[in-house]
Design a protein around this ligand. Structure first.
Ligand code: DX5
Ligand code: ZN
Length: 215
């Protein structure tokens, strides 16, 4: 069954502890934390302190999505804060293999995220090293954008490569996910769906219904 990763970018920031507990209790598999630096993307959001503050309040997988450049010098802080998965954009720093090894050697899962402008060819050499790949179906930076149908081919291609090369990375889809676009991704063999506004804008009493509707 597909895993669901609510993105706290769309959560009620003044009620974060409760938001985390609610999505935890209502079936979230991962909790997706977007980190933005105002440089790699045109927005600013969250840092290692957010991961550290959340850590005592849930046992769910903390899925950290770094949209920052450079990457390497910040990785250790996110590991120390309690991240379970750290993903980054390989076009945001020089030595991606080195960064993947840095993450994995700390017993953390490592992922790469694919900006819509980046092709599968540009990341194919990392696939043997990673635990997860994030296919971005919006231009990273903001929640609430429209799903880019043009990126679905990347999900299909990553699924084919995984089978052909006998690899085991998870395929996570991030951006514009609702029950309809989520179905498109599941049909393309996605393993994890990130959803921000679809879940958190639905009203706290509806989180279970929204999470269930993505399965
Ligand atoms: C966008 C972020 C997403 C965002 C998704 O740059 O990486 O994780 O929170 O938000 P929705 O689900 O609203 O498109
Ligand atoms: Zn994200």
């Amino acid at each position: 069954m597909v895993k669901i990763a609510p993105s706290i970018l769309a959560a009620d920031l003044m009620d974060m502890k409760n938001e985390i507990k609610l999505v935890d209790a209502n079936g979230a598999d991962y909790i997706h934390i977007d980190v933005m630096d105002g440089h790699y993307v045109n927005n600013i959001a969250f840092g290692p302190n957010m991961v550290k503050s959340m850590r005592p309040h849930t046992k769910k997988i903390l899925d950290v999505h770094l949209m920052i450049s450079p990457v390497k010098k910040f990785v250790d802080e996110f590991i120390a804060a309690g991240a379970d998965i750290i993903s980054f954009h390989p076009d945001a720093d020089k030595n991606s293999r080195n960064i993947l090894n840095q993450i994995k050697s700390a017993n953390c899962k490592a992922g790469i995220a694919i900006h819509p402008k980046v092709s599968i060819n540009e990341i194919v050499s990392f696939l043997d090293l990673i635990d997860i790949v994030i296919v971005m179906t919006v231009v990273p930076g903001f929640g609430g954008q429209k799903f880019m149908q043009s990126e679905v081919n990347k999900i299909i291609e990553l699924s084919k490569i995984r089978k052909k090369r006998n690899l085991s990375y998870e395929i996570e889809i991030d951006g514009g996910i609702n029950s309809e676009t989520g179905k498109i991704c599941k049909d393309a063999n996605a393993d994890v769906l990130v959803a921000g506004s679809y879940i958190f804008s639905s009203g706290k009493e509806n989180y279970k219904k929204m999470i269930d509707s993505l399965r």
